[in-house]
Design a protein around this ligand. Structure first.
Ligand code: ZN
Length: 387
């Protein structure tokens, strides 16, 4: 699709200093020109969009979602408001509801969430399986993600999270072997990434090591849920294996943060989870920044601990609760998240990258952080198509 976005008051490209009075030209889905509007080459064909002085940023990259699920976790949420703490037990409720839903129902539910994310400026999204009761069902959820990719303009990054919950009654070693054995088939079903919920009450560091080693041999990229509920040493494993991302990291230590930085592992911060769990774990962002770790943001969209499709909301909490600067938060929501997916064709506005933009309902990106409860995004552009 060809599109010229004109009268951009302020343009964040993530590759150079912000531009003022700028324009972007997209041809056949890719950015072919970025610069000051007065230098816009004549004859830029295609549709024109007048941004009316708005601030434009790269389309958001949501680095961590569990978009495919059925059911709600209302009782658990209300109990938490009443003071109960989270132990991961509610995941089984979602597994039951997801097992009971048909392929089409799961696609419809995920498509509605994807549409919500798009309206909030997301253009690329990592999507995990994880609510299947067995590795076989997990493959079925990869098929749901494949169907979803034909229903949404979002660029999806499918992740096989066969090791999310240990099914009741299963012997641990057996289950881990089954997940390991399923890796090549996960690739056939469209997975690009593998992830493990490595935490207290979930999978151990040694189990995660076996699963991720098998995933790498099958050709999958590696991600890891690490140090969320308790400190287990998962972050060190992520660094040792050279995972593309380590996610959550509420209980990471300074030494582990340094190891992540040295390994080039991106830290995916999920502030909506901390809020939803009514936790006070906000300090890890500063610790990771101090260690020089590349930061990414995600919504962790899931029914139990973060019912959220809005990257602007993650940015707001990233700044107001986690202490990121506006600049850090926008970078984490675009370039940093793209790096966690090892992509350089999204998360920035530069010649050759996809023409994916979020046209903010604001003159400056800081206003999006300050304006609580407001509409952050006016229009979302994916590959030159206005949404
Ligand atoms: Zn997660």
């Amino acid at each position: 699709m060809n599109l010229t976005v004109r009268r951009i008051g302020r343009l964040l490209t993530m590759t150079r200093e912000p531009l003022v009075d700028a324009a972007v030209v997209v041809r056949q889905g890719r950015v072919v020109w970025v610069g000051a509007e007065r230098d816009l080459p004549a004859g830029a064909a295609g549709e024109e969009y007048d941004a009316g002085g708005a601030c434009v940023v790269p389309g958001f990259v949501d680095a961590h979602t569990h978009l495919v699920f059925a059911g709600v976790r209302r009782e658990e949420f209300v109990a938490r408001l009443g003071g109960e703490s989270y132990d991961g037990g509610g995941i089984a409720v979602t597994v039951d509801a997801t097992r009971a839903a048909s392929h089409e129902e799961l696609v419809d539910l995920a498509a509605a969430r994807a549409a919500s994310a798009l309206s909030h400026g997301t253009t690329t999204m990592e999507v995990k399986t994880g609510y299947g009761p067995t590795p076989e069902h997990e493959l079925r959820l990869l098929d749901v993600i494949a169907s979803l990719s034909r229903r949404t303009p979002l660029r999806l990054e499918p992740t096989y999270l066969g090791a999310h919950v240990m099914p009741p009654g299963r012997e641990r070693g057996d289950y881990v072997r089954e997940v390991v054995a399923t890796m090549p088939r996960a690739v056939e079903h469209g997975a690009r990434w593998a992830d493990v919920f490595c935490d207290q009450g979930a999978f151990t560091v040694e189990e995660a090591r076996r699963i991720l080693t098998a995933a790498r041999e099958a050709g999958l990229g590696l991600r890891l849920h690490a140090e969320e509920i308790a400190h287990t040493g998962a972050a060190r494993l992520a660094a040792q294996l050279g995972c593309a991302s380590a996610d959550h990291l509420e209980h990471v230590t300074p030494e582990e943060a340094a190891a992540l930085a040295a390994a080039g592992t991106v830290a995916v911060l999920l502030p909506t989870v901390t809020l939803s769990l009514r936790s006070d774990a906000w300090g890890h962002a500063a610790l990771l920044r101090e260690a020089g770790v590349e930061l990414a943001l995600g919504t962790d969209c899931n029914p139990g601990t973060s019912w959220c499709e809005s990257m602007p909301y993650a940015i707001q909490l990233g700044c107001l609760a986690m202490g990121l600067s506006v600049e850090e938060a926008f970078r984490a929501a675009t370039l940093g998240a793209a790096r966690s997916l090892r992509r350089d064709d999204v998360g920035r506005i530069a010649v050759g990258a996809w023409g994916d933009l979020a046209i903010l309902d604001a003159e400056h990106e800081a206003d999006v952080v300050a304006h609580l409860g407001g509409r952050a995004v006016l229009r979302t552009v994916v590959g030159g198509f206005l949404h």
